[in-house]
Design a protein around this ligand. Structure first.
Ligand SMILES: Cc1ncc(COP(=O)(O)O)c(C=O)c1O
Length: 427
């Protein structure tokens, strides 16, 4: 059967809300490490899929899944060693008092639970998020996902503050105290909420600002934002769905780069190397206060198979020294991207850390007009050249690079060469 026929069947049975990537969608049939293979046996270098964190179909993870799936799978209302061990191991990677783990299945569910906890524990309802944010797909979390709908539809409890983009935002690189200046906007958001009779329950942000086209504000941004929201009675929530689990190269969790300790951490995507596994981690005090009002049950969250998979991922991270790999290959890739920027005027900015990079394309370096068509064409060019990556950002002009964490220098060289070709050919 042709791919055209499969696309027709898919459209018919799944409806138009489920989109595909690329003008000529890729039909994948196999994966291993950083490689994906299509239905015609063509290999692609995966520079996009952070979910396959320790590599597609890692044998250790697959074996753990198979073993537990052929023994028992139930849920967290029965005692099981795996889920307790996983929660202990996971919380052991977090600083401060972040020692209570509530397992769920997706990043959306983690953020939804964090939202409920913050409201229940603070007694407040106001919520502060950044512009062009993405936090998930449920009704409430879609309201927090400001990239998804027009500003005119924002609920009254929500205050949206400008994300700290030091390339095209109101405070830019070279100015002093930019982190604190952007955090002051959080303070203004708190004041506007108060004007509408809302006190903040939470401030939440994605610590690599993936949907904003990858932002890396100075540490003062989170430090000062957390201080302000706490002073107003709210909780600081770190959405680590994108930035967590070694992705940024210096620490296991992205917020650690800013030397802060959030009240609640939400995590998901990379934890199960492709298996749906996510969690909320918080302090005993917050967990206890929430439990006074509510209990929580999630049918699939933290089941013995998921926990076995999560444990295997943590084992691989330790044994294969994943964090060290991310740091060294990430630095290498970052410097390659910066060199490329010097050679191609269309690259306006290169931002990122570890193995998460954004390459912002502009039509004119002075006006910084977003080069959205050029970014899309580059991604299409790369796809035909056997390299998969994404395009993101409010202007749809940022090439997003976020490969499995086992990416090597050789892989980085192939990507850099492919990008060079794509940016040369598009002119
Ligand atoms: C920052 C962030 N938070 C939360 C989510 C939602 O995760 P999920 O798709 O697993 O529900 C995403 C998904 O892309 C995300 O990027």
């Amino acid at each position: 059967m042709s791919n055209q026929e499969l696309i027709r069947r898919r459209d018919r049975v799944m409806g138009p809300a489920y989109r595909l990537f690329y003008d000529e969608p890729v039909h994948l049939v196999r994966g291993k490490g950083v490689w994906l293979v299509d239905d015609e046996g063509r290999k692609y270098l995966d520079c996009y899929n952070n979910v396959a964190s320790v590599g597609h179909c890692h044998p250790r993870v697959v074996e753990a899944l198979k073993r537990q799936a052929s023994t028992l799978n139930t849920h967290t209302r029965y005692l099981h060693e795996n889920v307790v061990e996983y929660a202990e191991r996971l919380t052991g990677t977090l600083p401060g008092d972040l020692s209570v783990c509530m397992p769920v299945c997706t990043g959306t569910e983690a953020n939804e639970l964090a939202f409920r906890i913050a409201r229940a524990v603070t007694g407040n309802r106001g919520t502060i998020v950044t512009g062009s944010a993405y936090h998930g797909n449920s009704y409430v979390i879609n309201e927090l996902s400001t990239m998804e709908y027009p500003a005119s539809e924002r609920p009254r409890y929500l205050e949206v503050v400008e994300a700290p983009c030091i390339y095209r935002g109101r405070y830019r690189a070279g100015e002093t105290q930019i982190g604190a200046a952007y955090a002051a906007l959080v303070g203004e958001g708190i004041d506007r909420l108060a004007g509408r009779q809302y006190q903040p329950a939470l401030f939440i942000c994605d610590n690599i600002f993936s949907s904003n086209g990858v932002l890396t504000p100075p540490p003062e941004y989170l430090q000062e934002s957390y201080r302000r929201v706490r002073a107003a009675g709210g909780l600081a929530v770190a959405d680590e769905v994108q930035s967590g689990l070694c992705r940024l190269g210096d620490h296991m969790w992205g917020f650690m780069d800013s030397a802060v300790v959030p009240d609640i951490v939400t995590m998901g995507k990379p934890m199960g190397d492709g298996h749906p596994l996510a969690a909320v981690v918080t302090t005993p005090g917050i967990a206890e206060k929430f439990a006074r009002k509510y209990d929580y049950f999630n049918t699939f969250g933290g089941n013995p198979v998921s926990a076995a998979v999560g444990l295997a991922v943590l084992d691989v991270i330790e044994e294969e020294q994943i964090l060290q790999n991310v740091k060294s290959v990430g630095d290498y890739l970052g410097s390659g991207l910066r060199t490329l920027a010097q050679q191609h005027e269309v690259i306006g900015d290169v931002r990122g850390k570890g193995l998460f990079w954004g390459v912002e394309l502009v039509r004119n370096p002075d006006t910084r007009e977003p080069a959205d068509t050029e970014a899309r064409k580059a991604a299409e060019h790369l796809r035909h050249n056997g390299i998969l990556l994404g395009v993101s950002g409010p202007g749809k002009n940022v090439i997003k690079i976020r490969p499995p964490l086992v990416f090597s220098r050789e892989n980085a060289d192939q990507l850099l060469e492919g990008l060079k070709l794509a940016l040369t050919d598009h002119r």
